[in-house]
Ligand binder design. Sequence first.
Ligand code: C5P
Length: 214
Amino acid sequence: MSDGSRLILALDLVDVGRALRMAQDISPHCFAIKVNWPIILHAGPQIIREISRFSRVICDLKLADIPNTNRLIVERVRELGAWGVIAHSFVGQDSLRAVVEAAGDMKVFSVVAMSHPGASDLLNRFHDMLIDISMKAGVYGFVAPGNNEAVLRQIRARAGGMKIISPGIGAQGGDEVSAVAAGADYVIVGRKIYQASDPVKVAMEIDQRLSMML
Ligand code: C5P
């Protein structure tokens, strides 16, 4: 893993062998590797431990349950060695606080807006309230859309110096440099990298483009 990188690889591959090889090859060029339900359901939760041996791992479980259930899940994610976990904020302060308390040293990122078109139906109209709920719950940072500069800028303005990680780059239309310019600290990139004919090269290019902004 690269401490100075602003790239987070979204490892949404369901071929576990390929996913592990790609994680190893790309980890020197990214800050962290994000695992979501597809790879966890195919490989089993131990994939979190395995990748944590050589990279920071962010578990994108988008937790959205009552406090007790959130706590039970986060305790297990922590045992598996993850660096961070992603939870929803719309479920309310108590549920999110349960995540923060169970997380210990793990970083908690809360979703305050999303990157898909349907996010404008409901969720993205409430990002200010979701940021406030998240701050009161004590999260480390936010997930905000890297393909919606207007929303991202508003979230950055309200988030102050808190960390923002942004998906929506490449396959969902966003650009990594524009997302960082609009306020993202890190960009989350999946298909643009893992569907490329040379994923390592694409990851290195993104990493280099972003490092030139520093
Ligand atoms: O392939 P792509 O780069 O679009 O992958 C984006 C990753 O970020 C996926 O794992 C997706 O579930 C996640 N994500 C997102 N938008 C959000 C939150 C998470 O695309 N608002």
